[in-house]
Design a protein around this ligand. Structure first.
Ligand code: UN1
Length: 479
């Protein structure tokens, strides 16, 4: 049994939960504690008590601790990547790369801790100086989804700690293994007890306590639109600072002048790698008519060569869907697409392998109209659809016609269209001839519209959310 970390102690929960391997449901990865509301409140209390000393510990202490965590994650990337892939279902290569990415993120923010600067300006009043400095926000609640069990916690926890906040971390129910492993590394890193707390438990219990508590100053959340909206409504009561990363329905525009190899590669990687379970996944291919039929036939050919299977088998390119509920949802959307009149050109059926798991062949719809539900709603699985369009202008209009605005891509060799698209697509991230998913760790991440709320995550921009600004005035008296 793996316990929660509260105030530097490993404490059992009020109940527990089994962690099941989606590639092989007979394989139980482990048993993990589930906290009740009282334990969640206890974690918030110790985080509040520990915060002042951590803030005063100095930038070298914080940088050293985060750098140690980064080094350990990098040196254990295969071991922890195996655990990640076993509990979440992405391939071993993807799991290992994710742990490495988390390691780099900790090292990036170790250095950022040292770079926290400020400004000194003259006042408009004589002999008065103005200093503008950044201070930690206080206690930060961190609520993360199951699809990036290491990287998303890392890109929230590392900046929170770097800038002197204390943390209560509630990971997704489906992936406690990576969260626990990360907590265990943090526990040994020299961070004082209570500064970082792991509270595994239900969203409706632990997440609700974080959202309601007046002692939690800020919440960084990645997950569904509905939960994000609930946190925002709840947070209004205590004026919480919120950073919400939610859904996506990311378009990939393919123009007649695209390099077809590049376009197919962007489409396959963006839509189907990580089993399509990324908020940055491409789920709408908006394809100009002159290249449409060549694109469709090349996609079918490439999809037929992809190997769906057990996440830990080396030849697997697409792992299983994360659990039964998600598989049911994906299959329901395949039926919706068919009943709406789109053509299922490839996949969309369950696949059997030697182990019992949630294997789904990548689903590719063609002739989808922009009004169809499969072209509008986030599915969060290996399901994508292609819509033919006459012109670049129509492609841009269809691409922008979405409640979401996270990531968007265009495949073209035209500088004119690439430049126009970068300027006029309504999304937080835009890609030219690269996939919409699979972003760098040292630059800002986030979107517009229903995709994101609050300051950007990652890179130097993370400082906006994890600090608050103080303006100090000092008058010199010389006699
Ligand atoms: C990526 O595409 O590299 O939940 C990261 C998600 C995003 C992260 C995507 N917040 O899928």
């Amino acid at each position: 049994m793996k316990h929660n970390l509260i105030g530097g102690e490993w404490l059992p929960g009020s109940t527990s939960r089994q962690n099941i391997n989606p590639s092989d449901i007979a394989d139980i990865v482990g048993e993990y504690a589930q906290a009740d509301a009282e334990q969640a409140r206890a974690a918030i209390d110790v985080a509040a008590q520990a915060q002042q000393a951590w803030r005063d510990s100095g930038i070298q202490t914080r940088a050293t601790a985060l750098d140690l965590v980064g080094s350990e994650l990098l040196s254990r990337q295969v071991e922890l990547g195996t655990l990640l892939s076993r509990e979440e279902g992405k391939t071993l290569a993807e799991g290992t790369a994710e742990v490495a990415r988390a390691g780099h993120i900790f090292k990036f923010f170790a250095a950022e801790a040292l770079r926290t600067g400020g400004e000194k300006l003259p006042s408009v009043r004589p002999l008065v100086d103005v200093e503008v400095t950044r201070e930690p926000v206080g206690v930060v609640g961190i609520i993360t989804p199951w699809n990036f069990p290491m990287a998303i916690p890392a890109w929230k926890i590392a900046p929170a700690l770097a800038y002197g906040n204390s943390v209560v971390f509630k990971p997704a129910d489906l992936v406690p293994g990576s969260a626990w492993a990360l907590a265990e590394v943090l526990h040994r890193s020299g961070i004082p007890p209570g500064v970082f707390n792991l509270v595994m438990g239900r969203g409706s219990i632990v997440g609700n306590e974080l959202g309601a508590s007046s002692k939690v100053d800020a919440i960084s959340f990645t997950g569904s639109v509905d939960t994000g909206r609930r946190l925002l409504e709840q947070g209004a009561r205590t004026f919480k600072k919120l950073q919400l990363e939610m859904g996506g329905k990311n378009p990939l525009v393919i123009l007649d002048d695209a390099d077809l190899d590049v376009a197919v590669d962007c489409a396959i990687q963006g839509a189907y790698f990580s089993t399509g379970q990324r908020c940055t996944a491409s789920s709408r291919f908006i394809v100009q008519k002159g290249i449409y039929s060549r694109f469709v036939s090349r996609m079918k050919e490439s999809l037929s060569q992809l190997r769906v299977g057990h996440a830990l088998e080396p030849q697997t390119q697409i792992g299983p869907v994360v659990d039964e509920d998600q598989l049911t949802q994906d299959l329901a959307y395949v039926e919706i697409g068919k009943s709406e009149g789109a053509t299922l050109a490839y996949g969309g059926t369950t696949v059997s392998r030697s182990t019992r798991g949630y294997f789904l062949s990548p689903a590719f719809f063609t002739d989808a109209s922009p009004a169809m539900r499969i072209a509008r709603e986030e599915i969060f699985g290996p399901v994508a659809c292609a819509t033919p369009v006459d012109s670049y202008e129509e492609a841009l209009e269809v691409a922008n016609d979405s409640e979401f605005g996270l990531s968007a891509g265009i495949c073209t060799t035209s500088l004119k269209h690439a430049t126009h698209f970068k300027r006029n697509i309504r999304s937080g991230m835009v890609m030219v001839n690269v996939p919409t998913a699979g972003v760098d760790y040292h630059v800002p991440f986030g979107g517009t519209k229903a995709s994101s709320f609050g300051p950007r995550e990652q890179g130097t921009h993370a400082v906006e959310f994890f600090t608050t600004v103080k303006t100090a005035y000092t008058k010199a008296i010389f006699e």
